[in-house]
Design a binder for this molecule. Structure first.
Ligand code: ZN
Length: 296
């Protein structure tokens, strides 16, 4: 296993490719952003919004998938306050055993800031069994839940007849999952090819669930995207100061609550990630350890 020359990203990340000099895609992208014309990108975003006008009788211009954390709070505020857009926020709720009090507060904060929020809540029993099975079979309890998380947003976009979906980070450029790269830096319609979403439903069906019980875990197909004219846009591509710390700073001034449990417990220096549940830090630690074992 190799680490990036500039950061702690290992080359065992699925679908990642380091440069010949040993630099990860995220660092390559970050150094290229120094030469970007951000005003030009802002205008591209304005054009995109103009190309997707609100349908007659509709109240929202686009959908944002939110957890209530730093990225979603920043995106919602940016779209509404800088661009005059009215977004519908969609969140996938964790079962009561999983969600943190802080996560609930942060979602309430978005509602208090004046946003409309739609909550999708998959059946807790199915959720629990799949989480357990994902851990047992793949050492990854997020195998199923991340599918539900990503699927909920286009599913609700289709139900509400909204075509434009805003997503935060471009996982190809900003994280290094190169299979998700689209036609250009903001096109997110290739999100379906990301490692998390490519594992399919078969293993869940083998757990004994029917297709209809797994509906919340099914990411809409290419045909459905075309039929409903869905366009996912990575908003992070348009923001020159998009970063973990900056997003948290913007959001904290608007009421976001961050972690106080300390870096020793989470590995998070700033206490700003995975605010809505505590399994993520554990999963990250397991992931690193497991990959390391395999590589050795
Ligand atoms: Zn790097």
């Amino acid at each position: 296993m190799k680490y990036c020359k500039f950061c702690l990203q290992p080359d065992t990340r699925p679908n990642t490719f380091f440069s010949v000099d040993g630099v990860c895609p995220a660092c390559t992208y970050f150094s290229a952003t120094k030469h970007v014309d951000w005003q030009e990108r802002f205008e591209i975003l304005q054009d995109l919004l103009a190309q997707h006008p609100r349908r007659k009788g509709q109240y929202h211009d686009c959908i944002i998938g939110v957890s209530g954390g730093k990225d979603s709070t920043r995106q919602a505020l940016f779209l509404r306050d800088k661009l005059g857009v009215n977004p519908l926020l969609v969140t996938l709720s964790y079962p009561p055993e999983q969600v943190t009090e802080r996560g609930v507060e942060n979602l309430s904060n978005l509602i208090n800031l004046g946003f409309d929020v739609v909550v999708s809540a998959p059946a807790p029993q199915t959720w629990r069994t799949l989480k357990q099975e994902g851990f047992r079979q793949f050492t990854n309890s997020f195998r199923s839940t991340e599918m539900a998380l990503f699927a909920s947003v286009p599913q609700i976009a289709i139900k509400y007849g909204i075509k434009l979906i805003m997503w935060g980070e471009n996982p190809g450029l900003q994280l290094g999952d190169m299979k998700t790269l689209g036609r250009n830096g903001y096109d997110g319609n290739s999100l379906r090819y990301m490692n998390t979403l490519s594992s399919g439903l078969d293993w869940m069906l083998k757990c004994g669930f029917t297709k209809s019980e797994l509906t919340p875990y099914v990411y809409p197909g290419v045909e459905e995207f075309e039929k409903h004219n869905l366009q996912i846009v990575y908003l992070g591509w348009f923001l020159g100061d998009w970063s973990l710390v900056n997003n948290a700073e913007y959001s904290c001034t608007s009421g976001l609550q961050i972690r106080t449990d300390g870096v020793e417990k989470t590995g998070d220096l700033y206490g700003v990630t995975a605010l809505d549940e505590d399994f993520t830090p554990i999963n990250q630690l397991i992931k690193g350890g497991f990959k390391y074992e395999v590589q050795r």
